[in-house]
Design a protein around this ligand. Structure first.
Ligand code: HEM
Length: 136
C-alpha cells in the first residue's frame, strides 16, 4: 500500500460521509437483504444508529492501527457484548452480509473508490468482525 491503512480508510470514510446519506443508505440496503435482519432492527432509532456506527468504525480503525488497547477495545467490548448470543443474538453469518453490504455502499458513495480503498476497508472491517464474532 502506498499510503498507510489509516489514511486510506479514514479519507474514504470522510468522502463517504461528505457525500451525504452514506450510513442511512447502508442500513436501507442491509435491512433489505434478509427479513431476519429487518426484524432485529424493529425498534431502532436510525438517526442515533448512524452516529453509533460511525463511531464504532473509527474505533475499529484505531484498534486495527494501534492494537487492541483499552481506549479503543473497551468501547467495542461493550458493543460486542450487546450483539452476543445472550443479548441481540447476532449470529456470525449476519456479519458476512454486513461486510458485503458496507463494501458495496462504500463503492457507491466514495468517488475515489479503487483497489487500494477496497483493500483498506476489507482489512479494517475484517478486524472488527473478528473481534465481534469471537465474543458471540
Ligand atoms: C462489526 C460489525 C458491527 C458493528 C461495529 C456494530 C455496531 C453497533 C453499535 C455501535 C450499536 C449500538 C449499540 C448501543 O446502542 O449500545 C449497534 C446496535 C445494533 N446492531 Fe450492530 N454492529 C455490527 C454488526 C451488526 C450486525 C451484523 C447486525 C445484524 C443484524 C447488527 C445488528 C444490530 C442491532 C439490531 C442493534 C440494536 C439497534 C437498536 O438499538 O435498536 N449489528 N451495532
Amino acid at each position: 500500500m502506498a499510503n498507510s491503512l489509516f489514511v486510506v480508510f479514514n479519507n474514504s470514510l470522510e468522502r463517504c460521509m461528505d457525500a451525504g446519506g452514506f450510513l442511512a443508505a447502508f442500513y436501507r440496503s442491509f435491512l433489505a437483504q434478509d427479513p431476519e435482519i429487518a426484524a432485529k432492527f424493529g425498534n431502532t432509532d436510525f438517526q442515533k444508529q448512524v452516529d453509533v456506527l460511525k463511531n464504532s468504525l473509527i474505533m475499529i480503525l484505531m484498534m486495527r492501527t494501534h492494537g487492541d488497547v483499552p481506549e479503543y477495545a473497551g468501547m467495542l467490548e461493550t458493543v460486542a457484548e450487546r450483539h452476543n448470543r445472550q443479548n441481540l443474538d447476532i449470529s456470525p453469518h449476519l456479519y458476512v452480509v454486513w461486510f458485503e453490504t458496507l463494501l458495496s455502499t462504500v463503492e457507491a458513495f466514495d468517488p475515489q473508490y479503487d483497489d487500494e480503498v477496497r483493500e483498506a476497508w476489507k482489512d479494517v472491517l475484517r478486524h472488527g468482525i473478528k473481534f465481534m464474532v469471537e465474543r458471540y
